[in-house]
Write a protein that binds this ligand. Structure first.
Ligand code: BES
Ligand code: MN
Ligand code: ZN
Length: 500
C-alpha cells in the first residue's frame, strides 16, 4: 500500500472516503463543525438517535451525496480522549480498514488531525495509524486460486491529509518508521502462515538467507553434519524423527560494529510440532505449523532493525527442526547430551521446544552477548494462564524484564511476568540425568522457563512464551486469522529504547 502525505483541508480532498477519528462524546464538538455543516440536520439526528457516540470501534459510514469533495465519510470511534493510547489509534484505524475492505474502497483519505491527542506526538500518531492501516490490510492469500473476487480488496493507497500547523515532516517520519516495522511483522506473519509441507527447516534457512541478502545481513546456516560435530545432541534428538534435516540459522546485523557485545535473539523454529511419540490429539493439530513463530519474530525483527539502521549489534539464532513420530524418533525415557554437556532426560517428546532452545542458548554464549532474549511458543499452559491477550515473560534479570514489559505496553505486544523462584528450578531435576524436560502439568510455563534457565548464559536473559499470542483464531481489528507477527514490534521498540 502506498501511503501519501498531503497538506490539505481533509474535507476539500477528492477521495472516495475520508476516515475521521472521533473521541467519545465529541461528536458535537467544534472540530466536527465543518462535517456537521455538510451533513446538516442529518448528523444531528443520527447523534440524537444514539447511532454513533465515538465509543472504541464504533463506525458510521456517511454518504455525502455530492455535498463535499469526498464522496463518503467514515467515522470511527476512538473511545475516551483521556484514555487514548497508540493501541487505541491502531485499533480504530484497523476497524476502519476492515469496513473499507468490505465496501471495496481501496484508496481512502485520512483526516490526520482528528486522530491527534495530547498524550502522543505527531510522529507517534502517524506511526500508530500507519501500523493500523498495514496490519489490518494484511491477508495471506498465496494459495487462493478461486475465491479471489469475493475476497476483501487490498488497499491500494491511503492519503494522510495534514492541515492546521501539523508538521508534515513529523508525519513522514512516523509513517516511515512504521512502514519498516510492519515489513518485519508481515514477514513474520507470512512465515507462520506458510503450511508445514512447504515450510521445512531448509525453507526457513532459505528465507533467512534471502532476508539477509535483501537487508545486508550476515547469515550462516549450520547443517546437520556441523550440528553433529558441535555436539548439539538436544536439537538433533528432536529432529531425528523427521526425514527433513534440522539446521541452526544464525543471522547477524552489525549496526554497532562487530566488536560490540550483541543483543542475542533466539527464536524457537519447530516447523511442525506433532508432539512426536508423545503424539498430540488430532484436533487443531494443524495449527502447530505455527510452532516456529519465535523464529519468525526474530527474522522479522532483524529485517526491520536493519531497515531502521538501529545502532546495535544483533545476532539472531534459530534452531530449526520438525517434531514427528517415526521409527527413528526419540522416545520418552531417552537421555540426550546437550551442547552444554548437560544431560537431559526426555520424559515427554512433546516438550521439544526447550530441547532445541537448550542448545541454542548454549551456542549463544560464543557471542559474549550483552543480553539474550528468547521467544518461543513453548507451553500450552501459557494459553491457560494468560489467554491470547499477553505473552508470559520470565528470566534472570529484572531490569531487562522491566524494560521489555514497558515496551510491550507501548507497542501493543503485551507481556506479563511470571515468577522464576529457585523452588521451581527444583522441579526439573531428574533421577537419571542432570535435568528432565517435563515436570508435569502444574506451573507448566514456569517449569519450561526453569528448564531453560539451566542453559541460559550468565548475562541478563529473558524468556518470552508466545504460545497464546502467536496465532489468531478469530481475527481482530489489526490482525486477521492466522499468524500475528507478535514480538517484532515489541523487540524493535526495545532495541530503539537502547539508543546507541
Ligand atoms: N508447541 C507446544 C506448545 C503450544 C501449545 C504452543 C499450544 C501453542 C499452542 C509445545 O511444544 C508443547 O507441546 N508443550 C507441551 C509441554 C509439556 C509436554 C511439558 C505442552 O504445553 O503441553
Ligand atoms: Mn510440543
Ligand atoms: Zn512445540
Amino acid at each position: 500500500m502506498d501511503i501519501k502525505i498531503r497538506t490539505a483541508e481533509p474535507l476539500e480532498v477528492a477521495t472516495p472516503c475520508l476516515v475521521v477519528g472521533i473521541f467519545e462524546k465529541e461528536m458535537a464538538s467544534r472540530k466536527l463543525e465543518a462535517l456537521s455543516r455538510l451533513l446538516g440536520e442529518e448528523a444531528g439526528s443520527l447523534i440524537d438517535a444514539g447511532e454513533f457516540s465515538g465509543k472504541a470501534r464504533e463506525t458510521l459510514l456517511l454518504y455525502l451525496g455530492g455535498k463535499a469533495s469526498c464522496r463518503r465519510a467514515l467515522l470511527v470511534g476512538l473511545g475516551k480522549r483521556e484514555e487514548a493510547s497508540p493501541e487505541k489509534l491502531r485499533q480504530g484505524m484497523g476497524t476502519a480498514v476492515a469496513l473499507l475492505k468490505e465496501k471495496r474502497i481501496d484508496s481512502p483519505a485520512v483526516d490526520f488531525a482528528s486522530f491527534c491527542h495530547d498524550a502522543a506526538t505527531v510522529r507517534e500518531t502517524a506511526a500508530a495509524l500507519t501500523e493500523g492501516l498495514i496490519l489490518a490490510d494484511y491477508r495471506f492469500f498465496r494459495y487462493l486460486t478461486e475465491k479471489a473476487e469475493e475476497f476483501p480488496v487490498p488497499l491500494r493507497e491511503a492519503v494522510f491529509c495534514v492541515a492546521g500547523g501539523i508538521s508534515g515532516k513529523e508525519v513522514e517520519a512516523g509513517v516511515d518508521l512504521a512502514r519498516k516495522v510492519c515489513a518485519g511483522v508481515v514477514l513474520a506473519r507470512d512465515l507462520v502462515n506458510e503450511p508445514g509441507n512447504v515450510k521445512s527447516p531448509a525453507y526457513l534457512a532459505d528465507r533467512a538467507r534471502q532476508v539477509a541478502e535483501e537487508a545486508g545481513l550476515r547469515c550462516i546456516v549450520l547443517e546437520k553434519a556441523e550440528l553433529l560435530r558441535e555436539g548439539m545432541g538436544a536439537l538433533l534428538g528432536v529432529a531425528q524423527g523427521s526425514s527433513r534435516e534440522p539446521c541452526l540459522i544464525v543471522v547477524e546485523y552489525a549496526g554497532a560494529g562487530r566488536r560490540e557485545a550483541p543483543v542475542v535473539l533466539i527464536g524457537k523454529g519447530v516447523v511442525f510440532d506433532s508432539g512426536g511419540i508423545s503424539l498430540k490429539p488430532a484436533e487443531n493439530m494443524d495449527t502447530m505449523k505455527m510452532d516456529m513463530a519465535g523464529a519468525a519474530a526474530v527474522l522479522g525483527t532483524l529485517l526491520a532493525a536493519a531497515a531502521l539502521r538501529i545502532p546495535q549489534r544483533l545476532v539472531g539464532i534459530i534452531p530449526a527442526v520438525e517434531n514427528l513420530p517415526s521409527g527413528t524418533a526419540i522416545r520418552p525415557g531417552d537421555i540426550l547430551t546437550s551442547l552444554s554437556g548437560k544431560t537431559i532426560e526426555v520424559l515427554n517428546t512433546d516438550a521439544e521446544g526447550r530441547l532445541i532452545l537448550a542448545d541454542a542458548l548454549a551456542y549463544a554464549k560464543r557471542f559474549q552477548p550483552a543480553c539474550v532474549i528468547d521467544l518461543a511458543t513453548l507451553t500450552g499452559a501459557c494459553v491457560v494462564s494468560l489467554g491470547h491477550q499477553a505473552a508470559a515473560i520470565l528470566g534472570s534479570d529484572q531490569e531487562l524484564i522491566g524494560k521489555l514489559i514497558a515496551c510491550g505496553e507501548k507497542s501493543g505486544d503485551r507481556l506479563w511476568q511470571l515468577p522464576l523462584w529457585d523452588d521451581y528450578c527444583e522441579l526439573v531435576k531428574s533421577d537419571v540425568a542432570d535435568v528432565k524436560n517435563s515436570a508435569g502439568r502444574a506451573a507448566g510455563t514456569i517449569t519450561g522457563a526453569a528448564f531453560l534457565k539451566k542453559f541460559a548464559p550468565e548475562t541478563p536473559w529473558a524468556h518470552i512464551d508466545i504460545a497464546g499470542t502467536a496465532w489468531e483464531e478469530k481475527g481482530r481489528p489489526c490482525c486477521p486469522k492466522g499468524g500475528t507477527g507478535f514480538g517484532v514490534r515489541l523487540l524493535i521498540d526495545f532495541l530503539r529504547s537502547l539508543g546507541g
